[in-house]
Every structure is written in structure tokens, then in C-alpha cells.
Design a protein around this ligand. Structure first.
Ligand code: GLN
Length: 192
């Protein structure tokens, strides 16, 4: 079983941790560079991407994660976490940075603000029907050739990917940790 770290700087850390514990995975919270040493994968949770980015800078984790990404660290970025791995962030704060390791263009709050948060049924490739919870979710507006789409959603203004992967880096617009269904996380764990 791989060892999964959950970035524990801000956001819904506890829910992600509980989901992986349920799967029988060895989970640890990552708050410092040293905590990264023995994890095979890192979950970047939902929350506020600007706040997480700031804390990544001040904790020294930004450069350490960058280094580990170069040597094959697997990443599961949900919502704010998706924004943090995206190559291109639209409607971000002027100083907003991201790791740029997932070849997608995402729009922050692309489905609307808090009041426009929604839940819907999704068809996830290799899993089946999954209940998707979207909270001020980023919208994936473009993807590169190497990005595999595992689920899409038609939200009126066109169909957009909501779960994608590029090799070891996964990005998810919705919150699988907020339901009792662990199949999306299991798919990720099996891929590590
Ligand atoms: N809109 C948030 C951001 O820009 C992400 C929302 C979420 O993670 N639920 O960081």
C-alpha cells in the first residue's frame, strides 16, 4: 500500500484523511518539508487556493513539493488543489502562482460564486455513477494532449472535464471526500 500525505495547511484536511484511512491507506498530515519525506502521494485539499499558496511559501513546502514533483510524487488535487497544480489559472489573484504540472487551464470560481454551488450525478470512467459536490469550483476550460478525462459535466454553457489525470497528477473540480463513496480515491490509490 502506498503512503499518502494530506497537505494540512488549510482546507478540508480531516475529510480527505478519513477517506484514505477508510481505504486502509497509511495516511499522514503534511505541514513541513520533513513530513514529505516518506510519502508516495500528496493530496492537496479544497479550501482557498490563495491561502494554501501563501502557506506553501511560508512553510518552505513550495520548493520541496516542486522538487518531489520532479521525481515522481503523485498528486491528487481537488478544487483549490486543482487550481494549485494547473498550468494556467484564469481569474486568479494577480500574484497567484501554481505548480503548473497539470496541463489544464482552470477558471477560479468558474461555475459561479458560493451561491451557485451545486451537486450532480457524474459518470466516472472505470468507476460508474458518482455523486459530485461542487463548491465554488474551478472550471477546466482547456486541456493539453497528454491529459486524460475521467469525467465531464454539462452545466448548461457546455461540457467541461471535472476529473482528469496526466500521469501521476490528478485534478478534480468536485469534492469526493464529502460523500461516503471512496471509489474515486481508490482509483487514485491503485494508480500510484
Ligand atoms: N474557489 C476556491 C479557490 O479559488 C476553491 C473552492 C474550493 O476548494 N472549494 O481557491
Amino acid at each position: 500500500m502506498p503512503r499518502v500525505g494530506v497537505l494540512a495547511l488549510q482546507g478540508d484536511v480531516r475529510e480527505h484523511e478519513a477517506a484514505f484511512v477508510e481505504l486502509g491507506v497509511d495516511v499522514r498530515r503534511v505541514r513541513t518539508a520533513a513530513h514529505l519525506d516518506d510519502v508516495d502521494a500528496l493530496v492537496i485539499p479544497g479550501g482557498e487556493s490563495t491561502a494554501i499558496a501563501h502557506l506553501l511559501d511560508t512553510s518552505g513546502l513550495r520548493s520541496e513539493i516542486g522538487t518531489r514533483l520532479g521525481s515522481g510524487l503523485a498528486i491528487f488535487g481537488t478544487c483549490a488543489g486543482l487550481i494549485l497544480v494547473a498550468r494556467d489559472v484564469l481569474d486568479g489573484r494577480v500574484d497567484q502562482w501554481s505548480f503548473g504540472v497539470l496541463d489544464v487551464s482552470v477558471r477560479r470560481n468558474g461555475y459561479g460564486r458560493q451561491i451557485a454551488s451545486f451537486e450532480t450525478e457524474l459518470e466516472v470512467h472505470g468507476v460508474g455513477n458518482v455523486h459530485g459536490v461542487f463548491i465554488r469550483a474551478p472550471k477546466i476550460e482547456a486541456i493539453g494532449d497528454d491529459v486524460v478525462v475521467l469525467a465531464s459535466h454539462d452545466h448548461g454553457g457546455g461540457t467541461h472535464p471535472v476529473l482528469v489525470r496526466q500521469g501521476r497528477v490528478w485534478g478534480c473540480s468536485f469534492h469526493p471526500e464529502l460523500t461516503n463513496d471512496r471509489r474515486v480515491q481508490r482509483l487514485f490509490v491503485e494508480s500510484i
